[in-house]
Design a protein around this ligand. Structure first.
Ligand SMILES: Nc1ccn([C@@H]2O[C@H](COP(=O)(O)OP(=O)(O)OP(=O)(O)O)[C@@H](O)[C@H]2O)c(=O)n1
Ligand SMILES: C[C@](O)(CO)[C@H](O)COP(=O)(O)O
Length: 233
């Protein structure tokens, strides 16, 4: 059987750093909740067979936020992003996905995703034995700092990339990797790296940033409103 591509969207976080007072994926940006923008971008990628949204078991906002949603939804989120992704992978298996199928894990909080970046990732990863992720080379000088907010070192940035999502791996591999690393895995790639493998870096755009801090909502709103007319929006 030919391997299929599934998307898995962890959307079970509380968005504490955003200070929004509600889970940030439900904050309205450019006329609709952030999560609706994210799902629309994934829905515009024909090679994605199905998208599974992973919600918190207590979530009571999704149906109102994304009315008429026809994709898969599972309330199997956990205490960490890694646990939510693992819950989603198990749900994909329950719905028929197998070891060799590809899974593109994408943060609900990266609502500026564009279908062409997802296509570039799929093109790069389909022939690859390991898989990979969208990422952006670091453009700023990188510092490490101490608890008092003073610089402790300047880090050579020449080989440094900021990891984004989607991150695309085969279901069997990413499930094994995340199960081994547990909640310490801040992304799928780091868990796969811990198995001794080298995921492929696929350059996207700094616009694919993760809405994290209060000021990010306005930035995302400006990007969305300024972007070229898009029939999905
Ligand atoms: N237990 C968790 C934690 C995070 N996520 C999801 O993982 C993505 C990236 O996480 P992050 O941006 O850190 O979101 P939050 O955990 O919600 O934010 P914060 O750390 O500020 O609380 C988000 O789409 C978030 O909903 C999740 O599904 N389950
Ligand atoms: C997966 C991720 O978006 C890649 O940059 C990031 O690691 C998520 O981190 P967070 O701790 O959930 O904000």
């Amino acid at each position: 059987m030919t391997s299929r591509c599934f998307a898995l969207v962890p959307a079970a976080g509380i968005g504490e750093r955003s200070g929004a007072g509600i889970p940030k994926q439900y904050v309205e940006i450019a006329g609709r909740p952030m999560l609706a923008h994210t799902l629309a971008a994934l829905a515009a990628v024909p090679r994605i067979a199905q998208t599974l949204v992973v919600l918190s078991p207590a979530d009571d906002r999704f149906e109102a936020a994304v009315p008429g949603h026809v994709g898969w939804v599972a309330r199997v989120g956990g205490a960490s992003r890694a646990e939510s992704v693992l819950g989603g992978l198990a749900e994909l298996r329950r719905r028929g996905a197998v070891d060799d199928d590809w899974v593109l894990v994408h943060d609900a909080a990266r609502c500026l995703l564009r279908p062409e970046w997802v296509d570039a990732l799929i093109d790069a990863c389909l022939p690859d034995a390991v898989g990979g992720l969208l990422a952006q080379p670091i453009a700023d000088t990188l510092k490490s700092g101490d608890a008092e907010g003073r610089v402790t070192a300047t880090i050579d940035r020449r080989d440094k990339w900021a990891a984004q999502t989607p991150q695309m791996f085969r279901l069997g591999l990413v499930e094994k990797a995340l199960a081994a690393m547990g909640a310490a895995a801040t992304d799928e790639a780091s868990a796969v790296e811990a198995l001794g493998l080298a995921p492929r870096l696929v350059r996207a755009s700094m616009a694919n940033f993760k809405v994290t801090w209060p000021e990010d909502f306005e930035l995302a709103e400006r990007w969305l409103r300024a972007s070229a007319p898009d029939p999905r929006r």
